[in-house]
Each structure stands twice: as structure tokens, then as C-alpha cells.
Design a protein around this ligand. Structure first.
Ligand code: PEP
Ligand code: CO
Length: 449
């Protein structure tokens, strides 16, 4: 579709995968109509700043860390849960920046990550078959007919929780919590005693020393906002297109359309069909956008996605997030890297080492091995080094809490211990220790390059 024919609603003429079965279409449209008048959650200028930061990533002058929950929850929501997500991302960013010397562009899977694509439309337990859980923006996790019915009022609740989350993130990142003088306070107790925690403390001590040194040399560190504040961007999978359409606004300054639901939105592996509704919607918004690529993605498909999503070849506009699986990355990634490189598309390449490495244990727990996650990241770096392309970043599912969802790590989570604190509503996340461990491994790979 040519840009002239694009509108925030033109996706409605295309097949839209993974949309919920809303029992009452009228109620849905009433909610969406009311949302169209609500204030934007993020601003066009901020989205443009992120595009500029991602252009630096594409050029190898910065590194991208995109991280957060698989699915945010309406229930587990308060100032502490938001602060804890931010805290671990700030810690990881310090490790990455300190070790590599590159700025870290930080994007949360947060303030809008409420909708999930599912491999099966329904789920059965005993005699009961019900719609699958599609994220709190759509229905409830509870396995009851009422819980699993799609409820449009949830779209509004997702909007309001996103607004409250963004408000907190803005005050945490601009109001002192992200101050480099507080690097020590970002460590959770259960992390501090671990080898990763001790390694982090050493970096934090060195940062303290460097700050004291600057002060002693007469640098007025208090007047340097970059030491006391940080930029933190939001992102989610823009799955429920009615919600995204309702939050799309024309920017008065540039005349371009921005999806104001997040700074960056991405298309999932299950909804990136050429000619599909998601691609149509994404082609017309001016935000930086991401697209997941699984092991089945062909060279032709990926080049067509680049053309559709970034015909102007704007650096930072498009991030390709590869999620191949540890055993497939070595074979699947190199042809894509070479083709995109040869076509001259200035993409950011990010590695999602989570979604290609999920499996179920004998007892039915969905999990991932930290070793597989690290192996996919190592394979990602190796493929980029061989192709002469830039390994731009990582995209991970995590929490700073002491959960037992992914296997392995220095204080290894064992299969027999998965039930201890398995709290995710969707995919298994790295805990605070495993997340720091991963940051140190990525920092080593960055330094080696
Ligand atoms: C996700 O990021 O949570 C997700 C569902 O990923 P993918 O589309 O890559 O499967
Ligand atoms: Co997930």
C-alpha cells in the first residue's frame, strides 16, 4: 500500500493474525473510540530521540539493552515492581557501559507489554477447553470461562497502568534513583552475596572512585545531568491493533503519525506476514520499530520486511530481533546478515536469546537454560564478526526478583527447584543474578570484538 493510502485504520483491510475473539464488537468499538481522545503516553520528540540513539547502535557506537517482563500483570503492579524492573536494567547497563566503553541504550519491555500471541487459540484442562490467555490487556490468566473471556475494558486499564508506570519511570530516571552516585544501591540483597553481585560491587567501587577523582580535580559533578539522570525508553509488542490505532496521533511538528503507546513497538514472530495487518500498521507509523525473526525467516522475506518497514533506509528506524535458538543460530543467521548487509539496509541487529530456547520439563513447566541463552548470544556475536556486521544489542525477559523460572546460573536453579518461585504469567524470565551474569558475558563478548 502506498504511503498516500495509509491511515491509522488501514490495517483493517488486511488479515490480522492473533486478534482476540471479542464477544461484543460494539463494546470494543465504544472503548476504542473513547481511547482516541486520551492523552498520548509518549511524545513524538522522544520517539525521534530513540531513533537517533538506535542509529548510533546501528553504527556500532552504542549498544542496545531491551529487557523486561514477558507479560506485565495488572495484579503484580505497584511502585516496587516497577522500581525492581528498572533497577536490574540499570545494573546491567552499568556493567555493559563500564566494560565496553559504549553508551547503553535502555529500552524496557514495560508500560504496555500486556498482549501475548499464542501458538494455540484454546487451552484444555480436564474436560474444560477455554480460550488461551492473551495477556492482561485482553483476558485473565485464571482458567475459568469468565476469566478467559476477552473484555475490552481491559484495554483502558492497560492504558491507565501504562500511564502510571511511565510516570514512575520518568521520576525514577530523572529524579535521583538512576544517579550514578547510587550504583551500590541498585543491588538486591540476594544478588549481593553471589559471584555476580561481588563482581558488580567491584565495578560500583571503581565508579565511586572515578566520581571522587573528578570532584577532586575540580569538575563540578553536581551540575552534570548525565551523571544524575538517564534516558529510559518503553516498548511492547504492538499486537492488538485496535489499541495501537486508538493511540496513534499526528505530530504537529513533523506531520508524521506516531503510535503514542510506546517509544518503540515491535512485530512478533507470529504476526509479521507480508501483506498482513500488522505490517500495514507499522509501515505508516514514524516510531522506531522492531521485528522478530525466527529460524524460519527466509532471505527474501527479511529483505521484503526491510523494504516495507524502512523504504527510506533511515538508520535507527528498524531493529531486527533474531530469536533462532542456540542450536540453529549458527546456520540460520549468517545468510540473513549477508543479505541485509549487501542490500545496504542500516538495521540494528538485536539478539533475543529467550524465545528460541524454550522447552517444557517432564512435569510441564515451561523453562529455558541459561547456558542455551548464553550460547545463542555467543553464536550471534560470532555470526556478526564473520559477516562484518554489528551485533547491536540483546533483548531479554527478566525480573530483578529471586524467581526460579530459568535453569542454571552460579547458584544454579535446578529442575527440581522450578516450582519454588515460578511467578511468571507467561514465559520464564531470568532472575536478578542470572541477568547480571548475562550482562557480564555480553560485556566480555563486546570487549573481545
Ligand atoms: C515475546 O517477545 O514475548 C514473544 C512472544 O516473542 P516472539 O514473537 O519472538 O515469539
Ligand atoms: Co515471551
Amino acid at each position: 500500500m502506498s504511503p498516500r493510502e495509509w491511515s491509522p485504520s488501514s490495517w483493517r483491510e488486511r488479515p490480522a493474525a492473533q486478534q482476540p475473539d471479542w464477544p461484543d464488537e460494539g463494546a470494543l468499538e465504544r472503548v476504542l473510540k473513547s481511547m482516541a481522545d486520551l492523552p498520548p503516553l509518549v511524545f513524538a520528540g522522544e520517539a525521534r530521540d530513540l531513533t537517533a540513539d538506535l542509529a548510533e547502535v546501528a553504527a556500532g557506537r552504542a549498544f542496545l539493552l531491551q529487557a523486561g517482563d514477558c507479560a506485565e500483570s495488572f495484579e503484580a503492579f505497584n511502585a516496587t515492581t516497577v522500581r525492581e524492573r528498572l533497577r536490574v536494567i540499570l545494573q546491567m547497563a552499568v556493567v555493559l557501559t563500564y566494560s565496553s566503553g559504549l553508551p547503553t541504550v535502555k529500552i524496557g519491555r514495560i508500560a504496555g507489554q500486556f498482549a501475548k500471541p499464542r501458538s494455540a487459540a484454546t487451552e484444555a484442562a480436564g474436560d474444560l477447553e477455554l480460550p488461551s490467555f492473551r495477556g492482561h490487556m485482553v483476558n485473565d490468566h485464571a482458567f475459568t470461562a469468565g476469566g478467559r473471556a476477552a473484555d475490552p475494558e481491559r484495554l483502558l486499564r492497560a492504558y491507565h497502568q501504562s500511564a502510571a508506570t511511565l510516570n514512575l519511570l520518568r521520576s525514577f530516571t530523572k529524579g535521583g534513583f538512576a544517579d550514578l552516585n547510587r550504583v551500590h544501591s541498585w543491588t538486591q540483597e540476594f544478588v549481593a552475596q553471589s559471584p555476580e553481585g561481588e563482581r558488580y560491587e567491584r565495578i560500583a567501587d571503581e565508579i565511586d572512585r572515578a566520581l571522587r577523582f573528578m570532584k577532586a580535580c575540580g569538575v563540578d559533578t553536581r551540575s552534570q545531568p548525565t551523571l544524575h539522570e538517564t534516558n529510559f525508553f518503553t516498548s511492547h509488542e504492538a499486537l492488538i491493533l485496535g489499541y495501537e490505532e486508538a493511540l496513534t496521533r499526528r505530530d504537529a511538528l513533523s506531520g508524521a503519525w506516531y503510535d503514542s503507546s510506546a517509544h518503540l513497538v515491535w512485530i512478533g514472530e507470529r504476526t509479521r506476514q507480508l501483506g498482513g495487518a500488522h505490517l500495514e500498521f507499522f509501515a505508516g507509523i514514524a516510531n522506531p520499530v522492531g521485528c522478530k525473526l525466527g529460524p524460519g525467516a527466509s532471505v527474501e522475506e527479511v529483505l521484503a520486511l526491510c523494504e516495507a518497514l524502512n523504504p527510506g533506509r533511515v538508520p535507527g528506524r528498524l531493529t531486527l530481533i533474531t530469536r533462532m535458538g542456540a542450536s540453529r543460530v549458527e546456520a540460520a543467521l549468517p545468510p540473513l546478515l549477508r543479505a541485509v548487509r549487501d542490500a545496504g539496509h542500516p538495521v540494528v541487529w538485536a539478539c533475543d536469546p529467550m524465545h528460541g530456547n524454550t522447552f517444557s520439563t517432564a512435569s510441564g513447566r515451561k523453562t529455558r537454560r541459561l547456558d542455551d541463552i548464553l550460547a545463542e548470544i555467543a553464536g550471534f556475536f560470532a555470526a556478526h564478526r564473520a559477516a562484518g556486521t554489528t551485533p547491536g544489542g540483546v533483548h531479554v525477559e527478566l525480573t530483578s526478583d529471586d524467581v526460579t523460572e530459568c535453569l542454571g546460573g552460579s547458584r544454579a536453579v535446578l529442575e527440581s527447584g522450578l516450582d519454588d518461585r515460578y511467578e511468571t504469567m507467561c514465559d520464564p524470565r531470568l532472575n536478578g543474578r542470572q541477568s547480571l551474569d548475562l550482562a557480564f558475558r555480553v560485556a566480555e563478548l563486546l570487549r573481545a570484538g
